[in-house]
Structure formats: structure tokens, C-alpha cells
Ligand binder design. Structure first.
Ligand code: C5P
Length: 224
């Protein structure tokens, strides 16, 4: 029987890597909700609603009906990539500029409402693994399996730093650590749908777990 799996947690805890692997093994669909908030951020940047020191939230909200997000499965990659108005933006949304701003975009209620509505639709037929910050609390409060992932900020920043080396060789560890800590803070303290541990969620601190150990742990839970 197919179930719904909700994976929430702090930034750079490896949620998406795990979720993708899980979806592949279980033959479920995988939805990266962080990618949706990132794509809206990219849209706002492209439209000039975000400059280095201003963010026009009202103008962005007024233009939300021009934001069309979709996922298309990429056979080679083995997961669904995100499209913003029919353009594949999977790479563009991972930039440090988007990372630095996305949590401020995610604080805007009208944006959350729009994205949550779309996310709920993906769960209608079960068989979905979704990761984000409010999946077990808001999007799928009835999910059969809820996971909350965390790890120490230093370990998370180190992992993200190594990952970013290829794309942004000039980035420093301190810059990455600052981004990780800042995003967690905004995500945990915002008014609308703050990042909290959902009721019945299984807490996984993966500071000292390998990817394989985490995967086996969660796969076990999914089969129960
Ligand atoms: O998961 P990822 O790090 O790509 O998410 C980027 C940002 O989007 C998070 O730091 C958070 O501010 C926001 N987000 C959110 N709710 C979600 C998913 C992401 O607020 N369900």
C-alpha cells in the first residue's frame, strides 16, 4: 500500500538526497518544495522585485499569477526537475544569491498559500515523498511517515561547502555557515508555518550517520 512520506528539517541536512533515493526505491514521486520557493525567488530577481537592499513583496504578490511552476521527470538524473514558466531552472535556483534570499520570500503568506495548494495536489494519489519545512505540519499533516532531519550547523555547512566548490569556487566556509544558520533562524521564527517538529515525526540527527545508514533506517520505517 502506497503511503505519503513527509521529510522536514534544517537546511543542508541531506533531505533531498535521501528523499530522491527513497522515491526511486519505492517507485514514488519526489517533490522538492524548497525548489518551488527557490524558483519564486528567482522569478522575483529576474523581474527586479529584489535588489541588493530592497524587496518589494507587494509587487511580487501582485505578480504571482505569472508564476507557473511544474516538475518534469528527467530519465538520466532519475528525478523530476523544476520548471519556472516552462524554463528548466534546476541549476539557476541553487546559486548562493537565491539561497541568501529564499527564506525571506518564504515568509510571505500569500506565496506559501499558493505553493502549499499546489503541493497538496501532488499528494492526492499517495505514493509521494516530499521534502521541505512544513510538509508534516501543514501540507500533509496526515502523512503516514514523518521524518525530521537535523545535524550540527558546522557539519551541515561543511557538506554544503564541499558541494558548492564546483559551482562557486570563490565561496568561503564562513559564508556558507552564515547562510545555513541564518536560514534556519528565519525558517524557525517566521509567523506563518514556522519550522517545527511535526507531531509523530521521527527525529534523525545525522551528524554521525552515513547516507546509507540513514537510508536503511527510513526505508525500514516506510515498510512498517
Ligand atoms: O530545501 P531548501 O533548502 O532548498 O529550501 C530553501 C528555503 O525555502 C528554506 O530555507 C526555507 O526558507 C524555504 N522553504 C519553506 N518551506 C518549504 C520548503 C522550503 O519555507 N516547504
Amino acid at each position: 500500500k502506497k503511503i505519503t512520506i513527509a521529510i522536514d528539517g534544517h537546511s543542508s541536512t541531506g533531505k533531498s538526497t535521501l528523499a530522491k533515493q527513497l522515491a526511486k526505491t519505492l517507485n514514488y514521486i519526489y517533490i522538492d518544495t524548497g525548489a518551488m520557493y527557490r524558483a519564486v525567488t528567482l522569478f522575483a530577481m529576474q523581474q527586479g522585485f529584489i535588489t541588493s537592499d530592497t524587496f518589494d513583496a507587494d509587487q511580487l504578490v501582485a505578480n504571482l499569477n505569472h508564476v507557473f511552476l511544474s516538475f518534469k521527470f528527467n530519465e538520466d538524473l532519475g528525478f523530476a526537475e523544476i520548471y519556472l514558466n516552462d524554463e528548466n531552472v534546476e541549476d539557476k535556483i541553487r546559486s548562493i544569491e537565491v539561497s541568501n534570499f529564499v527564506s525571506k520570500i518564504a515568509e510571505v503568506s500569500a506565496i506559501r498559500t499558493k505553493l502549499v495548494q499546489q503541493q497538496k495536489k501532488y499528494g492526492i494519489d499517495k505514493g509521494v515523498v516530499m521534502d521541505g519545512r512544513d510538509i508534516g505540519t501543514v501540507v500533509f499533516p496526515d502523512a503516514e511517515l514523518k521524518i525530521f532531519m537535523t545535524a550540527s550547523a558546522e557539519i551541515r555547512a561543511e557538506r554544503r561547502y564541499l558541494e558548492l566548490q564546483e559551482k562557486s569556487p570563490n565561496i568561503t566556509f564562513d559564508e556558507v555557515l552564515k547562510n545555513v544558520v541564518e536560514r534556519d533562524k528565519i525558517d524557525s521564527t517566521r509567523e506563518d508555518s514556522p519550522l517545527i517538529v511535526a507531531e509523530n515525526a521521527v527525529m534523525i540527527d545525522n551528524s554521525n550517520l552515513t547516507k546509507e545508514e540513514q537510508f536503511n533506517l527510513i526505508l525500514d520505517l516506510a515498510h512498517k
